[in-house]
Design a protein around this ligand. Structure first.
Ligand SMILES: Nc1ncnc2c1ncn2[C@@H]1O[C@H](COP(=O)(O)OP(=O)(O)OP(=O)(O)O)[C@@H](O)[C@H]1O
Ligand SMILES: [Mg+2]
Length: 469
């Protein structure tokens, strides 16, 4: 048979049901043609090659799902061709064809990754059944892959809601970060979803099957951060009754997420930097070093550059962590996402409490017009609270916190302003007091919502002699 005739044939007249590409490699023309007929009738696209070299050329330039390979090929042996096929297209399934005398080589071929074998002479019915089976197998393989991807993305990007251009940009950055192994610094105001982003980076990348370990540096006392991260030996300090492995060692190839990294004490920053650079840690009280394999993700709502300038954060650690940085936009910067976030949270809350919840028009208007200084977390909390206190299925304005209904983005001020003139200092005192009470004593959030620094708030509490328990 001429090369022209034996060349790749993908017949446009054949309606392909399977959309699978079959390559038939056989030096016997009648076998090639007969198999191609059967394959076509099953909806395969058939290509034929009469030699190993020809098969290789076709594999180079065509998508091939299944190869029907005669093991008794002149020049290059069939097993060698099988090896080359698998090397070039590891996911293609190969069915080997052997003479009845060489079942031994068929067994060897299966060991080398062939899907199945058929012995010559075979009937066309046999071939039909075999091809049908491999098509079913490939379909299942594809379905499984699609399913796996879907689960993967639900764990990762799937839980992040938002379609604003700023979010699209963030998704692209997450995808990029998840493919690399470098440290990533996630920046953004409080409640914007920094932890969610860190999880997405981990769960959509190659480390997804390894541990993801969050460490909140903001809520732990310095000595505890150290012993949590680096571990300790028995007797290292009072209370260390037995040795404890550090989280950096426990990650075992996974990710440690250092949340609120800006709160980490400076001496510990030096120790952390050394650990990242040398990929080694020394547990508290130990003289031995332990090798670690860990990817570091960190997040902060502080301006780290400023902290570096003020000497509160080590410059070298900052550069080390900032190899890649992702900024999570505030909700104010992506107001168009507020409605879908409301929908997302209401759906989840309705599911959780088995009761459908709606927003009245006025309540919705209020939520859409608010500034959301506490970002997505504030929106989530506000809806959670509203669902809990509403007497029926409709959330009304009266079910929303007064920080939202009072005025746009600022805590409600006392008095109606008409009954008497109130000095500014008194207004300020009341504003501070009201906000702290509404936030159940959370002074840090109060300072943020009032738009003043933490130290300023403490100074004013002292000045106005406000005692909050
Ligand atoms: N884009 C988003 N889609 C859905 N839920 C979100 C989104 N962003 C944040 N959330 C939810 O808001 C809450 C706060 O998110 P997260 O803890 O990730 O924020 P954060 O930036 O780490 O906040 P903080 O600085 O207060 O620690 C979580 O319950 C999270 O599930
Ligand atoms: Mg957080």
């Amino acid at each position: 048979m001429s090369t022209a005739v034996a060349a790749a044939i993908s017949d446009p007249e054949v309606e392909s049901n399977n959309f699978l590409n079959l390559l038939i490699v056989d030096d016997d023309r009648s076998v090639r043609e007969a198999c191609r007929e059967v394959a076509r009738s099953l909806g395969f696209k058939g290509m034929v090659a009469e030699s190993a070299d020809h098969a290789e050329r076709l594999l180079e330039s065509n998508d091939v799902d299944v190869v029907l390979l005669d093991l008794k090929m002149p020049a290059t042996g069939g097993l060698e061709v099988l090896r080359r096929i698998k090397q070039r297209r590891s996911d293609a399934e190969v069915i080997v064809v052997t003479g009845s005398a060489s079942v031994q080589s068929a067994v060897q071929a299966m060991k080398n990754g062939a899907y199945d074998y058929v012995t010559k002479p075979f009937s066309m019915d046999e071939m039909r059944m075999l091809l049908d089976r491999v098509a079913g197998h490939l379909r299942l393989k594809t379905e499984n892959r699609v399913l796996r991807e879907r689960v993967k993305s639900r764990q990762a990007f799937g839980s992040i809601v938002g379609g604003a251009p700023e979010m699209e940009k963030l998704y692209r950055m997450i995808a990029k970060a998840s493919r690399s192994n470098h440290p990533v610094l996630v920046l953004g105001e409080s409640g914007t979803g920094k932890e969610l982003v860190a999880r997405s980076i981990h769960f959509s990348g190659p480390l997804r099957d390894k541990p993801f370990i969050p460490v909140d540096c903001g809520s732990l006392v310095p000595t505890l951060i150290e012993s949590e991260l680096f571990g300790y030996v028995k007797g290292a300090f009072t209370g260390a009754v037995q040795a404890k492995e550090g989280l950096l060692a426990m990650a075992r190839g996974g990710t440690v997420f250092l949340d609120e990294i800006g709160e980490m004490p400076v001496d510990l920053q030096a120790k952390l930097l050394r650990a990242i650079q040398e990929k080694e840690i020394r547990p508290v009280g130990s003289t031995r070093r332990i090798t670690i394999e860990v990817r570091i993700l960190a997040a902060t709502n502080r301006n780290l550059e400023q902290a570096v300038a003020q000497g509160a954060f080590r410059r070298d650690l900052y550069f080390r962590l900032n190899v890649l940085n992702l900024r999570v936009p505030s909700l104010r910067e992506r107001r168009q996402d507020i409605p879908i976030l409301i929908g997302h949270f209401l759906e989840r809350l309705s599911r959780d409490c088995g009761r459908e919840h709606r927003l009245s028009d006025d309540a919705l208007k209020m939520l859409l017009g608010y500034d959301w200084p506490g970002n997505v977390r504030e929106l989530e909390n506000c809806l959670e609270r509203a669902c809990a206190i509403t007497s029926n299925n409709e959330i009304r304005v009266s079910d929303l916190p007064s920080s939202i209904t009072g005025s746009n983005g600022h805590a409600q001020l006392p008095g109606n302003g008409t009954s008497k003139i109130v000095p500014i200092s008194e207004l300020e005192k009341q504003a501070i007091l009201n906000t702290i009470v509404q936030l159940n004593g959370d002074k840090l959030l109060a300072a943020r919502l009032l738009g003043i620094g933490k130290t300023t708030l403490y100074r004013k509490l002292k000045e106005y002699q406000i005692q909050v328990v």
